[in-house]
Design a protein around this ligand. Structure first.
Ligand SMILES: C[S@@+](CC[C@H](N)C(=O)[O-])C[C@H]1O[C@@H](n2cnc3c(N)ncnc32)[C@H](O)[C@@H]1O
Length: 287
């Protein structure tokens, strides 16, 4: 699997920028009064800050970071040079490439991708575009707001008739929403917002609709971006940090095995591929 991603051009930081962030930029961002930082970002018309103030870590802030070419000066710094935004773009490249190769490996064509906590489905659309075989996707999110943006995105790539957006809560049974079982499942960009039990619950729901050995792709998050205090105080963004091993243990409880974790070069995210076990462990819901 490592060879699948060997040629990706990731965003990296040179030693000078790392030192500058470590001794100056991150301490300032983390320890300047939050009110002052919010006022500065408001005055600078930061779209990233505004998106987080509407929904911390929500789909809008993802799209702004993914796009990487903001208009406002404040966002050019945050999005263009911020470690978190760079890592998000790395995760997008890594996740979409892994998904594309897994689509190609699927026994069924067109392969069916199930995307949980999809937002507008950017990573899934990227993967479907990169794969050299046919696929279709069911994209599920609690919030229907990103769906129009997602449909436009799919249309731009000629995938309008290949994507289906569904508004649903993943904690519920989702089997009745699917017209066929998924050949692979994507859970990128969601675990860091969920507590342990909810991850197990949602992954278990996925495992129950997946055939044995079908892959799932998800990510862990570390504090290597250096700005957790800034995100909490200024954006109201409270993310949950887990090592790949901690997350793998939760996924194991849900019925997954054969984990393979790949680190993006900034060390903020690991994107992890696992397989649905032949036999699911007894359900642990509510335990
Ligand atoms: C940070 S966004 C990530 C979007 C996309 N996966 C990406 O990586 O670009 C997380 C999404 O998960 C969705 N979400 C969170 N809890 C959910 C639940 N219980 N059921 C369905 N969607 C949920 C949110 O509405 C949000 O759109």
């Amino acid at each position: 699997m490592d060879e699948w991603v060997a040629d990706i051009e990731f965003e990296r930081q040179g030693p000078l920028r790392r030192v500058l962030k470590g001794v100056l930029i991150n301490p300032l961002a983390n320890y300047l009064p939050a009110g002052l930082m919010r006022a500065m970002l408001g005055f600078g018309k930061s779209e990233l800050a505004a998106a987080n103030w509407i929904e911390p870590g929500g789909w809008r802030s993802m799209v702004i970071s993914y796009h990487g070419r903001p208009r406002q000066i404040a966002d050019r710094l945050l999005v263009g040079m911020g470690t978190m935004s760079m890592a998000l773009r790395n995760r997008k490249k890594l996740g979409s490439r892994l998904l594309a190769r897994l689509i190609e490996q699927s026994h069924r064509e067109p392969a069916h991708v199930l995307c949980l906590g999809a937002g507008p489905g950017q990573i899934t659309v990227d993967a479907m575009t990169q794969a050299d075989c046919e696929s279709h996707a069911t994209l599920v999110d609690l919030n229907a707001e990103p769906f129009d943006f997602g449909r436009e995105l799919a249309a731009k790539h000629g995938l309008s008739d290949k994507v289906r957006f569904i508004q649903a809560d993943l904690r519920e049974d989702i089997q009745h929403l699917l017209d066929q079982p998924p050949d692979l499942v994507k859970m990128i960009g969601i675990c860091e917002y969920l507590d342990d039990e909810l991850i197990v619950q949602i992954a278990r729901v996925a495992a129950e609709v997946m055939p044995p050995a079908a892959p799932i792709v998800f990510n862990s998050l570390s504090k290597a971006h250096g700005n957790d205090r800034f995100f909490r105080r200024v954006f109201g963004l409270h993310m949950i940090y887990r090592t790949p091993e901690q997350l793998q243990e939760l996924m194991r409880r849900a019925g997954f095995e054969q984990f393979h974790a790949i680190r993006e070069p900034l060390g903020v995210y690991h994107v992890i591929v696992a397989r649905r076990a032949a036999e699911l462990p007894p359900a642990t819901r509510g335990s």
